[in-house]
Write a protein that binds this ligand. Structure first.
Ligand code: SAM
Length: 396
């Protein structure tokens, strides 16, 4: 039988109308010198033009390249020699596996159509859309029955939409999109569950990616309200529990925490670490714990002009707390980005910590940085008490 022409098969599938996504992963068979550990491909629409986005992942970060013709980037991806390649098109999934001996096996399977590229792209730009009747937004009290966003809820609507966009951005990088069991998600400090309900809807209904979500909050009243909302929606796979974050140990692939107060954010990160979560998205709230440890005279004379002013000391503590959090996650093997969540006009608490678990990276430098940051400021962040023995041994 004639050997399959893999480059051609892939080129045709990626260029096809119904192309949804492709992924390259697994031990490189014929090139030991490539830095790429994984490559994800998807169609995007930029200024009305349909392009192909190739996202190249190394041990620490990812680099996205767009092209109107996928041929050159595809050749680059194939040159790495990944052992597993999959392509999803409307109605078909193609798997290409290369054995250790170089034998190539191609399998094709019919699947339910996963939505056209532009539809997916539109959903990414506006995960929750306004102007159309939407039961979810109505039940959350964000929109009127005819789909208009209530003026008082505009900021909430924007925050949720931005969070979902960020979520979508890193879901691909985590490798979880390919997992064949439903995603297990913990929303730590879920409050009235705006985000919990929206995330559940977005994954299950828009992306058609089965996901179970548990919302946890210490406040009994908001948990009762969340349960009522979930019941009104008739949504399966949504549950809620009342208690402090960390008290309900539930395995989670993904942990989200939107504006969990002060050290509750650290408790959420700690639970994610214990659960070996592949993905963490956290927008911290107030930062009181470290602020109490900062002195007006500061760790160095050069910082005195900043730290003598209460408001500037408070903001320094905010930055320092999130720097410790990001660094601690790096020490524990996460690739971390700290980005602006939404424009300041929507919330002053607008720093998003995005962390994706990466296997076996070298963390020596991060351990050094952590110790040095701690030594310089003479502070002990709250997270050290909750991140566990392994973390304390690493940085101790
Ligand atoms: C500002 S609200 C944010 C709610 C929700 N995540 C949102 O963005 O709409 C913070 C929530 O965290 C909860 N919370 C604070 N500390 C907590 C803890 N240690 N354990 C569980 N929930 C906590 C509060 O009860 C509150 O509902």
């Amino acid at each position: 039988m004639e050997a399959p022409d893999i480059p051609r098969l892939l080129r045709d599938a990626i260029r096809s109308e119904g192309f949804v996504r492709a992924g390259f992963a697994g031990a490189a068979r014929h090139r030991g010198d490539s830095r790429w550990t994984r490559i994800a491909v998807r169609p995007v629409v930029v200024r009305g033009e349909r392009l192909f986005q190739f996202e190249f992942f190394d041990e620490r970060q990812s680099f996205a390249k767009n092209a109107s013709d996928p041929a050159a980037l595809l050749a680059e991806a194939l040159a790495v020699g990944f052992s597993n390649i999959h392509v999803e098109c409307a109605g078909e999934r193609i798997e290409i596996r290369t054995s250790r001996k170089g034998k190539v096996h191609v399998s094709r399977e019919a699947i339910a159509a996963g939505g056209a590229a532009e539809g997916h792209n539109r959903a990414k730009e506006h995960p929750l859309r306004e102007g159309l009747p939407n039961r979810l937004l109505e039940i959350m009290g964000i929109a009127t029955p005819d789909g208009r966003i209530r003026a008082s809820q505009r900021a909430k609507f924007t925050q949720i939409n931005e969070f979902l966009k960020q979520f979508d951005h890193v879901l691909g990088a985590s490798g979880l999109a390919e997992q064949d069991r439903p995603l297990a998600i913990l929303d730590a400090g879920c409050g009235s569950s705006y985000l919990t309900l929206a995330l559940h809807h977005y994954l299950n209904e828009v992306l058609k990616r089965p996901a179970n979500i548990l919302g946890v909050d210490v406040n009994d009243a908001v948990i009762r309200k969340s349960m009522e909302r979930a019941e009104s929606l008739g949504a399966a796979g949504l549950s809620f529990a009342c208690g402090p974050i960390g008290s309900i140990e539930e395995r989670a692939d993904i942990v989200v925490a939107l504006h969990a107060c002060d050290t509750a954010t650290d408790d959420a990160l700690a639970q994610a670490v214990r659960s070996d979560a592949k993905l963490i998205l956290s927008v911290p709230c107030c930062h009181k714990h470290l602020n109490r440890q900062l002195k007006a005279e500061g760790p160095s004379e050069a910082l005195r002009p900043i730290l003598r002013h209460g408001i500037l000391r408070e903001r320094t503590a905010d930055i320092l707390t999130d720097a410790f959090r990001s660094l601690a996650l790096r020490v524990l093997g996460y690739r971390v980005d700290v980005v602006e969540f939404v424009n300041l006009e929507h919330t002053a608490r607008n720093v998003l910590i995005r962390a994706v678990r990466i296997p076996d990276g070298d963390v020596t430098e991060f351990v050094k940085e952590y110790r040095e940051l701690k030594r310089f400021w003479s502070v002990t962040p709250y997270l050290e008490g909750v991140f566990g023995e392994r973390f304390r041994r690493l940085v101790g």
